[in-house]
Design a protein around this ligand. Structure first.
Ligand code: HEC
Length: 114
């Protein structure tokens, strides 16, 4: 009986630690990874403004866009946009990116251009 309780307690401790670690890990990676996600998925178009994309080096191109706010820009980045000068595929062309990852990349970009 005693042995059984011990195992049960160990198991719940393990589950608890795993849940906490998972929560901590997922929030910390999303927060830290904006640059990594941008570099891998967005930089090719947005660094220099390839194909009509607003360049990160040109704050002027971002002024009117920033008025949409982070949420508005994230929604557009998730869905893609057909613009005048060019078009952007949904999630920058990477369907594996989560909403949170697209969000992190947009936050990283907006921090640089506002
Ligand atoms: C294939 C090139 C390409 C890639 C890759 C790309 N974009 Fe874009 N992006 C564009 C173009 C082109 C526009 C401008 C469309 C327009 O409004 O004319 C744009 C516009 C945007 C805007 C502004 C939207 C608006 O409403 O003003 C945001 C924010 C954005 N991209 C975020 C991202 C993020 C985040 C990634 C990576 C996950 C990414 N883009 C990857 C081409 C790209």
């Amino acid at each position: 009986m005693h042995k059984y309780f011990l195992r049960l307690r160990d198991l719940s401790t393990f589950v608890f630690v795993t849940i906490i670690a998972t929560i901590f890990y997922s929030t910390s990676t999303v927060a830290a990874d904006g640059k990594t996600i941008y570099d891998a998925n967005c930089k090719s178009c947005h660094e220099k403004g390839v194909g009509g994309a607003p360049a990160l080096s040109d704050k002027k191109q971002w002024q009117s866009r920033l008025e949409k706010g982070i949420d508005g820009l994230v929604e557009i980045a998730i869905n893609g946009i057909q613009g005048y000068g060019g078009s952007m595929p949904p999630r920058g062309g990477n369907p594996n990116l989560s909403d949170a990852e697209v969000n992190a990349a947009v936050v990283y970009m907006v921090d640089l251009v506002r």
